[in-house]
Write a protein that binds this ligand. Structure first.
Ligand SMILES: [Zn+2]
Length: 238
């Protein structure tokens, strides 16, 4: 082990696993089987304690009558409720539905079409403005080329702002919203603006690898594309 732990904590963890197995698995109905009550609270109570308060109801019990659930001592009476809460917490991760390759393709197409129209209008505006400036100043070709470059830069920034704003604010771009998709972290928490920006840049990598980065989503256990791997994100169905 990289970090040594007191035996008490290790033992608590093993009982915790048994409790989780009880909560989620087949043995949900059978009481206490395989659960060895601890004689000491890991790290807190000395071995000589005669009573441990239940974290749920607050009444004191002999050490043999309480079990640790989620790091708290729970009495036999409160155990079903505590285990139910635990299994619900575990279940939310287990029942999460990852969005597959094709639905993500559809979302990408919608976003692509939206950005295409937006970029077309903006690009046309910028380029014709530069061309007009050029012909007025008598340096037409030069300024037209500059206009193309400026338009390209602005379009890149628009793409970045589009993704960062919608992912950071709503956890989904309009295309993903339309397809009922959400971008979350591995633990289900929201994607921050900086992470959304990083994901947008990593998205280019997925495209640069002949789209193999996107294709990875079709084969990954959690349906992660390359940019999801890089930024530790998951795309899930609402
Ligand atoms: Zn209790």
């Amino acid at each position: 082990m990289t970090a040594w732990q007191p035996y008490g904590q290790m033992r608590a963890a093993s009982v915790q696993r048994q409790a989780e197995a009880l909560a989620t698995g087949s043995a949900a109905g059978t009481p206490r089987d395989g659960l060895t009550p601890l004689r000491a609270t890991p790290g807190t109570a000395p071995a000589s304690v005669t009573a441990i308060p239940c974290a749920q109801c607050g009444r004191a019990f002999p050490p043999a009558a309480v079990i640790p659930i989620q790091g708290q001592w729970i009495c036999a009476g409160c155990r079903p409720l505590a285990l139910q809460a635990l299994s619900e917490a575990l279940g939310s991760a287990a029942t999460r539905r990852y969005a597959g390759f094709w639905i993500r393709c559809a979302a990408k197409l919608i976003d692509g079409a939206t950005l295409f129209v937006l970029n077309l209008v903006v690009g046309y505006g910028i380029q014709s403005a530069f061309a007009a400036l050029g012909s007025a100043a008598g340096a037409g070709t030069m300024l037209t080329f500059v206009g193309v470059g400026v338009a390209l830069l602005v379009q890149l920034v628009i793409g970045l702002c589009y993704t960062v704003f919608f992912l950071g604010r709503f956890a989904a771009t309009p295309g993903k919203m339309a397809c009922g998709l959400l971008v979350v972290r591995a633990d289900g928490s929201a994607v921050t603006y900086p992470r959304a920006a990083a994901r947008h840049l990593a998205d280019f990598l997925s495209g640069l690898t002949l789209c193999i980065g996107y294709l990875m989503a079709a084969f990954d256990l959690e349906k992660r594309a390359l940019h999801d791997h890089i930024c530790d994100t998951r795309v899930i169905q609402r």
